[in-house]
Design a protein around this ligand. Sequence first.
Ligand code: SF4
Length: 500
Amino acid sequence: MLLIHPPIAKACEPPAGLALLAGVLRAHGQSCQVIDCNLEAQEHLIQAPAVSDDTWTRRAKKHASSNLETIRQPALYHTFSRYQRCVADLNRALNQSSQQAAMTLSNYTDSSFSCVRSDDLLAAVEHPEQSPFHDYFMNRLPQALEENAPQFIGISLNFMSQAVPTFAMIGLLKKIAPQVTIIVGGGLMTSWMRHPNWQNPFKSCIDHCVDGPGEAALLKLLGVHPQQNLTAPPDYSVLPLEHYWSPSPILPLATSRGCYWNRCTFCPERAEQNPYHPLTVSTIVEQLHHLCSEWQPGLVHLLDNAISPALINALMAQPLPAPWYGFARISKQLADPDYCRALRQSGCIMIKLGVESGDNQVLESMDKGVTVELTERVLNSLKLAGIATYVYLLFGTPTENLDAAEATRQFICRNHEAIGFLNLAIFNLPTNSPDAQRLDLRPFYQGDLSLYSDFDHPKGWNRGEVRRFIDKRIKKEPLIAEILRRDPPQFTSNHAAFFV
Ligand code: SF4
């Protein structure tokens, strides 16, 4: 079995899902290799000839290989302006390597093929030579096939930015290795398959589409009965942990699937009815300590939608030897300064918080289960304990109006000293959410694979007005602009913990 992580995703940490699959397959005696084509292909293109000849591009290409070294050096992260310039130059070197796509270090938009139209993805299969990654694929894939002679190739498709390159890769694999069975799983494939309108349009090019966790599905395809349990630890030896674009290795780990709260009305997790499946706390703590002693990471990234209170308590009792961060729900415990101090001592250096709104009626209508007052107490307790916060806000939700958005603006200003980093997003309505049943939809992505929709806002607070409000009233507010300037370009929350 050969597992592939396709471009483009942020190349700052290894793909946790593939390390997990490798761990389970190997624990069942199956041979398994992993290629991070995302990391390799981006490095290939960054150092490839440019398609333009302006001063910035020449400089970015000239320093491409030294910048790829520098982005792994801790000294770079001591001076934010140097870091910004290094990232901007790497980004320039990447996006000036092809005219076929608008590429950044975190996104990919193809000029010919849409990632939300199955016809376009099938056309990408037919024309892999149009992909900016074609040269890299042509060198790397035959070599991988020769070295590993896989009977199965599993591709992990998690983000929209990976969709077109994934299908181009499949097109090439079909040409050079038609006998190999192609399996595609991952978060994006799962979301497509769980959509009520799903009618597999990819039967001609993908042998097996996998919905949800891939471990049991892959073992079944290999003809192996999963007699051992499926909680084998991830195997990071299959990936070049030291080679990712971070000052020290990041070790990502998902300790649960789904969300223990699972009530927020806007949430895709809830819309897809993903059940909550945590590992047992003792298993997680044992795995984390084992992985930390094996890999000596500089940072542990807990990937859960919301780290459970039980796990937080367990990490307080058995602190990790490496700093860690992840998403947590706002809770009464986190409002307690003593609790937050103990959390800091457990190694927690940053908490990501889905605050969403600074208006209580909006929070209540979303079923967030928190109030603005509690959120403010949590922010202040975390600040006092020395834990940074990465705050996520959502504008344009169905019950928001201008006054509620203004309340959110005032909330940020009131709490600006306690907010480390800020993510401002415009609400995308999941097309399979309960709200989508009662609102008048206006698709903004024209495509059969689109998971989100625009809608006629019941209060007239439509997308254009929301965007103008964010641009004029939020981003231009000096106290807020100061927070936004701290955000690491391209890598955002994935690198933020290196600046706290
Ligand atoms: S807490 Fe987060 S993951 Fe859980 S339901 Fe709410 S938005 Fe979704």
